[in-house]
Design a protein around this ligand. Structure first.
Ligand code: SF4
Length: 337
């Protein structure tokens, strides 16, 4: 399928304007993500409708804790990613084209197929997730548009590297996003992900201004991004630029893919980062990948009442009433909460 968001240059070269790499692609070549190819001066998406994963997940798994809590989200992905994170948790599908000589696999499904499957499974949202939804933008856009017509919400789980053009295009259909802010350190982005932090921060600000409900995730990796000062700066950025109502998930790292020389994150580090977020003024700061931890729960930011009790992805109690704390009447932020 012909890609969205590119321009034709001289001698059949093209520039892809989908993500902030803005790849300059010669005839017969692909961009950094490995799933967009210049075929005779026309940029083609090689993954349109070619799904490598389709699952019915609790929306808490994204993680989105403040969007339709307790509901199911129909979750899809194709292969490919525009980042090269050395600690990628889904490298087998995200880095498949990069690590296996351009291999593209997946079964063909139309947007109508996906929306119908979501309806049949009683999903209240479709999540574009597991790999990077930006690189399967055409599939996500066409599906999201159709989903809205059927009253189903759309959520992205993303590294936040799409261009402002891409974001403006999909924003009418994008209700919420969980965006990774992987570190508050330019070298980390460069060395661990082959990307630039600035673009992610710009995307977060633009998403906020476009009215997309945001949650932010940081995977805490021992010695690489767990510096106290950097975490304080990161938390302050969320408070000042995105608002104290933005939930922040601090997730536990386990050695994987190309990053196997660091230990799993100690629980104390997650607890310390959580304290930093709360001290910075964030209303909701969560522990991730620590099942049973107190930090998985939602507490009222005003009176401290225990509002949602979670174990992993599952909710065992939710006492929020019409978006309000039943004890002090504070408004609890989110969509359909
Ligand atoms: S989406 Fe792919 S081809 Fe387009 S700019 Fe990003 S990495 Fe390059």
């Amino acid at each position: 399928m012909e890609a969205y968001l590119y321009e034709l240059l001289e001698n059949k070269k093209v520039r892809c304007n989908l993500c902030n790499h803005r790849c300059f692609i010669k005839e017969g070549k692909r961009g950094i993500c490995g799933v967009r190819e210049n075929q005779n001066g026309i940029l083609k998406s090689l993954v349109y409708g070619r799904l490598i994963a389709q699952h019915v997940d609790p929306i808490e798994k994204k993680p989105l804790y403040h969007v339709l809590p307790g509901s199911l989200s129909y979750s899809i992905a194709t292969v490919g990613c525009n980042f090269k994170c050395r600690f990628c948790q889904n490298a087998d599908i995200a880095q498949l084209p990069a690590d296996h000589k351009g291999m593209i696999v997946g079964d063909l499904y139309s947007p109508q197929d996906v929306v119908s499957a979501a309806q049949q499974a009683n999903c209240r949202s479709i999540a574009y997730t597991y790999t990077e939804p930006t690189v399967f933008f055409e599939t996500a856009y066409d599906t999201a548009k159709l989903a809205h017509e059927k009253g189903i919400r759309n959520v992205f789980v993303t590294n936040g590297y799409m261009t402002s053009e891409a974001l403006h295009m999909i924003s009418p259909y994008l209700d919420a996003a969980n965006v990774d802010l992987k570190a508050f350190n330019d070298n980390f982005y460069k060395e661990q992900c082959s990307a630039k932090r600035k673009h992610v921060m710009d995307t977060l600000r633009l998403m906020k201004s476009l009215g997309i409900f945001l949650e932010v995730t940081t995977l805490l990796i021992p010695t690489l991004n767990d510096n106290k000062g950097e975490l304080q700066q990161l938390a302050s950025f969320i408070v000042d630029s995105l608002g104290p109502e933005t939930p922040w998930h601090i997730s536990r790292f386990h050695p994987t893919y190309k990053l196997t020389d660091r230990p799993s994150t100690p629980a104390e580090s997650i607890h310390q980062a959580r304290r930093i977020g709360l001290d910075a003024g964030l209303r909701y700061v969560y522990s991730g990948n620590l099942p049973g931890d107190e930090g998985e729960n939602t507490f009222c930011y005003s009176c401290g009442k225990h509002l949602i009790e979670r174990w992993g992805y599952h909710i065992s109690k939710n006492v929020i009433s019409k978006g309000k704390c039943p004890k002090c009447d504070a408004t609890i932020d989110g969509i359909g909460i």
